[in-house]
Design a protein around this ligand. Structure first.
Ligand SMILES: CC(C)(COP(=O)(O)OP(=O)(O)OC[C@H]1O[C@@H](n2cnc3c(N)ncnc32)[C@H](O)[C@@H]1OP(=O)(O)O)[C@@H](O)C(=O)NCCC(=O)NCCS
Length: 221
């Protein structure tokens, strides 16, 4: 099984069954799903057009499954996808893979999905991205590959959190405001963040492959 298929299988086994996930390899020559969405990237680079179209392609496959066959996925001024009423979702891509996550809003208020390469976050970047407690955790991991993977998962969870939180609250955060705890047995994660004088908790899950990691944050009703 290839890397993205393994990640998708692992994530599906962790997500509730009413959360839909689709993704794959970004291929050359993917056609835009519709002309209106194409307008968002008409002047972008071919690479950006490809990743955008692939993300939308998988998002549309999921929308078809919940009965929205001709919907145009708009975007707001920040790039946040605009889903049909009654649906929440999220999109992510790396240079080679893309993924979409979707659910009905009767049970979920928002979702966030993120894909990252696992070997890129050098220790010099950690103080900007991670809380002190997270850095302490990372420093205790002696195996270098495992440490890099762990760092990528924590970072990815913060990106997934932002995508989940933005449609609800339209807020910006510092990466160091959030703290992520991973349970390596269940592949569940908890993200807590300071807000309005208190700490707010979000739950999610993750999958780690050889080269990439995927995380999801789920906000339930
Ligand atoms: C927006 C952002 C999350 C995108 O993440 P990325 O890793 O660069 O790119 P990804 O491919 O994973 O995600 C891109 C997709 O996110 C979605 N997206 C963009 N802005 C979004 C927003 N404000 N809210 C929700 N989803 C958004 C879009 O679907 C976009 O793909 P598309 O333009 O092809 O439709 C990132 O650029 C960013 O701003 N990060 C800061 C997050 C932050 O502040 N974290 C601290 C919280 S603790």
């Amino acid at each position: 099984m290839d890397e993205i298929s393994k990640l998708l299988t692992a994530m599906r086994s962790s997500l509730d069954e009413d959360i839909l996930l689709a993704g794959g390899i970004i291929k050359d020559g993917v056609q835009p799903v519709n002309d209106k969405e194409w307008q968002y990237v008409v002047s972008a680079s071919p690479k950006r057009q490809q990743e955008f179209s692939c993300g939308r392609l998988y998002a549309h496959r999921l929308l078809d499954q919940v009965g929205f066959t001709d919907f145009v996925i708009g975007r707001d001024s920040q790039g946040c996808p605009q889903w049909p009423d009654g649906v929440v979702g999220s999109i992510s891509h790396t240079s080679d893979f893309c993924v979409a996550l979707l659910a009905k809003s009767i049970r979920y208020t928002s979702l966030g999905i993120d894909l990252e390469l696992s070997g890129r976050l050098k220790a010099s970047l950690w103080p900007r991205l991670f809380a002190r407690s997270e850095i302490r955790q990372l420093e205790q991991i002696s195996d270098a590959a495992r440490r890099m993977r762990h760092a990528a998962i924590i970072f990815s969870a913060k990106e997934a959190f932002y995508k989940c939180d933005y449609p609800l609250n339209h807020r910006c955060y510092e990466f160091t405001d959030a703290e992520v705890a991973l349970d390596e047995t269940t592949r569940c994660l908890q993200l807590s963040i300071s807000r309005d004088g208190g700490r707010v908790e979000y739950g999610g899950c993750y999958a780690a492959g050889m080269t990439h990691v995927m995380t999801a944050i789920v906000s339930s009703r």
